[in-house]
Design a binder for this molecule. Structure first.
Ligand code: ATR
Length: 264
């Protein structure tokens, strides 16, 4: 039986096992997907289990997407560029780290027919997922990427790798922005609020939250009530998992209404 795992800390909230085990069953594979709470000092040993084939694939979540890199033999182009790994597997006896968050973000937007081309995008936050979002936005030919973060130093650090970024003060979303992305952890708690000047940003904009649980953060609620288009990170989550599953099993699982409903 093949064994897959998602590692992180915390990990309790992860819906990856639910989604992967659903696809495993649908495709009648002899496999199981589990979640494991790990500390940093356990990472080396867990990755070694891929080498001795006790584990066939690992998904990595917060806060280990960068930390796992030194324990891998090779990075895919996407993982190297983003310095973020969420999918690990073995190929030709080498442990490979790959990033499917980039494709997840892109395919999630395609799923709802939102075209980023020539749009002005403002990202809130500078945490682990942001480099993936920047790479996807560049690939989709956004015209401008503006970024702000509470701790400005982290925004400046990102600009070192992505020269095209325009850094602004925290919560200063420019008025002519087309799409505003919440990539902070603000919203995970139901009473979290982001102190944006929503009225100044205007209506008919697209507010996107990487968070999908809760389904509608206050950021999306507020934007919605002012007549903006909104979307949460559920499809991004589904597509990143879809890419990992396809890579590991060489089977393209279906994303249908039932799959999407599974995560409600
Ligand atoms: P990490 O930074 O370890 O990658 P993350 O969950 O991916 O963790 O990122 C958390 C993001 O949410 C960061 O951009 C963080 O801002 P700081 O860099 O200033 O910490 C942001 N964030 C968390 N709490 C916040 C708050 N109360 N106000 C504004 N931003 C917040």
């Amino acid at each position: 039986m093949k064994k897959y795992l998602v590692i992180g800390n915390p990990i309790e909230h992860s819906l990856s096992p639910k989604l992967h085990n659903y696809w495993i069953k649908k495709n009648q594979l002899n496999a199981i997907y589990d979640k494991k709470l790990v500390n940093e000092n356990e990472i080396k040993n867990i990755i070694e289990e891929i080498k001795n084939e006790k584990i066939n694939g690992i998904n990595v979540t917060v806060p280990f997407k960068k930390i796992v890199i030194p324990y891998l033999d090779k990075l895919s182009f996407e993982a190297d560029k983003s310095q973020s790994v969420n999918t690990i597997y073995m190929e030709n006896n080498k442990i490979i780290g790959h990033n499917t968050d980039i494709a997840g973000f892109e395919l999630g937007l395609k799923h709802i027919n939102y075209d980023v081309k020539d749009k002005k995008i403002c990202i809130l936050g500078a945490g682990g997922v942001v480099s993936s979002i920047i790479i996807a936005l560049n690939k989709m030919k956004a015209s401008n990427i503006i970024l702000c973060n509470r701790t400005k130093k982290k925004a400046d650090d990102l600009k070192f790798f992505f020269k095209e970024l325009e850094i602004v003060e925290w919560a200063n979303v420019p008025k002519d922005t087309d799409m505003i992305i919440n990539a902070t952890s603000l919203g995970l708690k139901n009473d979290d609020n982001i102190n944006l000047d929503y009225k100044k940003i205007g209506s008919n904009k697209f507010f996107y939250d990487v968070i999908y649980n809760p389904k509608q953060t206050n950021f999306l609620k507020k934007a919605n009530s002012l007549g903006n288009k909104t979307e949460n990170g559920k499809m991004m989550f589904i597509y990143q998992a879809h890419q990992s599953f396809t890579l590991w099993n060489k089977i393209i699982p279906k994303i249908d209404k039932e799959t999407i409903k599974l995560l409600d």
